[in-house]
Design a binder for this molecule. Sequence first.
Ligand code: SF4
Ligand code: ZN
Length: 360
Amino acid sequence: MEDKKEEKKTLPVAPRVCDKCKSPVAITLAYGPHNYCEKHFTQFFENRFKKTIRKYNLFRAKEKIIIALSGGKDSCVLLHLMNKYYSKNNTLEALIIDEGVNGYREKAIKVAKENCESLKIRYTVISFKNEFGITNDKLMPLILNNPKLGGTCSFCGTLRRNIMNKYAKKFKADKLATGHNLDDEVQSFVMNVFNNDFERMKRMSATSGIIDHEGFVKRIKPLYETPEKEIIAYAAMKGINHYSQECCPYSWTAKRNEYREMLNHFENRFPGTEHSILRFYENIKPLIRPSKKETPALARALHECKTCGEPTERELCKACEMIEKIKIEQKGTKSTSKDKKHLDKYNKALTCSSTKGSCN
Ligand code: SF4
Ligand code: ZN
């Protein structure tokens, strides 16, 4: 018995080596499974990024691309990759949105600016305060007081998209690139299934929108097929400066976090689940997208928003409509100190790895 125990202890363990070069493994991707050293992982990661751009025909040479930059890992990695591979043949600029979240946003914006400066990429900062006359710090307590106004991140996301499209047009961009990754897309898909939101599901893609209209700048997602965990690993290996110390104090309320947790659980138990869900969506997409015959009629229904000039089917675009609702809500609400305490209580218990909003 004693001898057997001894034998077990001394059994040699095969060293894990890179699939490509037999160097020691730096990362194991369970869904392959793939074992990679640092050099071959970063090569694999960058090849997939370039392949996604080709596969979905995201942009062409000579086009001007605006990169929506939050200062977080996804958009900073995107900025570096775009600069590495496409700065010679394309014009790149960054758009940084200041949602007005005191004690958090200014730190992330500082990192976003530092990245642009180090890569010599022009950037512009646009604030909610200047565009809509209100900050997230003022908006969010009102939204939390009245659930009929919608979710915090979906409200903020609508305002962000309004700014992105408006300024991408103003800066004469051909495309607007965002840092949405595989996890974000799969979460959106599952959320749409659970909410029976077929209309929103139809619009999901590596390129946004279903209508070609001069009022819309196409949003593109070059990290569409890239898992979030790998973005974290790539940023660490390449030493890409990004902000991750704190998360937006309003992100804990996002329903998306529940889906994120559920899908992470499935991905850990059954590696490859998220890739499968995305492939499933890509398979059904041709069947559910509006046909080429239908889209001109949809485009004809659009006109300029009475307030901001963005394309809409109604009198006001969604962002301006929401701001109008907020103004009404503001008139009927007085104190927000109670809500602030409520937020602080939740934020103390959370880290950025457990919450994430819809911004990248
Ligand atoms: Fe807006 Fe949500 Fe992002 Fe905060 S986490 S900036 S509320 S989208
Ligand atoms: Zn508007």
